[in-house]
Write a protein that binds this ligand. Structure first.
Ligand SMILES: C[S@@+](CC[C@H](N)C(=O)[O-])C[C@H]1O[C@@H](n2cnc3c(N)ncnc32)[C@H](O)[C@@H]1O
Length: 277
């Protein structure tokens, strides 16, 4: 019988913070408990002290430990005004001025967000008759969600997940509709979108990111900062902001803030920011 109390939870909190920067608040203990117990059973470990030693010694167990603590909730076209802005303002401008566009999605979870970006790009290319090369780099710390994203197979309920009208009517352009029974839709991402997106693992808590300053025209940083403390959010934002070229667009999640960096941006509302300096 595995026993987990508040003292153990504090040890787990410290370890996940050290590995990922994720700040697990006390009220999440009950939610996390079952997941930790499952991991401990899987690796035949019955006390938290032993688990932490195994995490320190074994990279695979450390990764499984990180995967236990991530929250991966996501949807296609979540906060859809960002995709409207990409389609109506950002892409037509960039198609006119650039031969190559780079977009960064920094917490891509199971892939719905980067594939929504890729669908928007593919549709924009069609309606604006553009042949500009577009590359989307998508990263996450969680290896399990990255493998789901790479596979690109989804089950969606169109009644619960509202897509923009254009995306609804273009579904078969971007996805193979494998099955549409029982009110849910089984979709498989077509190579046309898959080829636009490359998935990699990246821990945003790392002090350095493997990209150049001003490498990206657009950065999506949505619903990820909320898992960090305010000082860590500010440090992550500084690193992400440096990757965005001056004039580029930064999309932030609805409950997140740019803090002092907002002074260096033009604010378009809906957490859409243009880097000014
Ligand atoms: C709630 S999901 C948000 C997904 C997507 N951006 C959206 O808005 O729908 C948060 C994601 O952040 C990832 N994450 C958590 N800590 C991270 C870290 N230190 N570095 C990179 N990704 C992290 C999680 O694995 C998870 O997939």
């Amino acid at each position: 019988m595995i026993h987990l109390d508040n003292k153990h939870f504090k040890l787990l909190q410290d370890k996940i913070y050290e590995l990922s920067g994720i700040h697990i608040v006390d009220s999440k203990f009950a939610m996390i408990k079952n997941r930790v117990v499952k991991l401990m059973k899987d690796i035949h470990c019955d006390d938290v002290g032993g688990l932490l030693v195994m995490v320190d010694r074994d990279k695979k167990i450390a990764q499984d430990f990180i995967n236990v603590f991530t929250t991966n909730k996501t949807d296609f076209f979540r906060e859809s005004f960002h995709f409207d802005d990409l389609l109506d303002r950002v892409l037509p401008q960039l198609f006119k001025t650039q031969s190559r566009i780079k977009i960064y999605c920094c917490a891509s979870s199971t892939g719905q967000e980067p594939y929504s970006i890729a669908s928007t790009v593919a549709y924009a290319k069609k309606i604006y008759n553009a042949s500009t090369q577009v590359e989307i780099i998508a990263t996450d710390i969680d290896t399990q969600v990255l493998s789901i994203a790479k596979e690109g197979k989804y089950t969606i309920n169109p009644l619960l997940e509202k897509w923009p009208k254009w995306a609804e009517s273009e579904t078969s352009e971007f996805f193979d509709v494998v099955d549409e029974s029982n009110k849910v839709r089984h979709l498989s991402v077509k190579p046309k979108l898959k080829n636009m997106v490359s998935f990699r693992q990246l821990n945003l808590f790392n002090k350095k990111y493997p990209f150049n300053n001003e490498e990206f025209d657009v950065v999506f940083c949505r619903n990820i900062l909320i898992y960090f403390t305010k000082p860590d959010q500010e440090a992550i934002l500084q690193r992400l902001f440096a990757l965005l070229r001056v004039g580029g667009t930064f999309y932030l999640g609805h409950s997140e803030s740019l803090y002092d960096l907002a002074d260096q941006t033009e604010k378009l509302g809906h957490k859409i920011f243009i880097r000014q300096r």
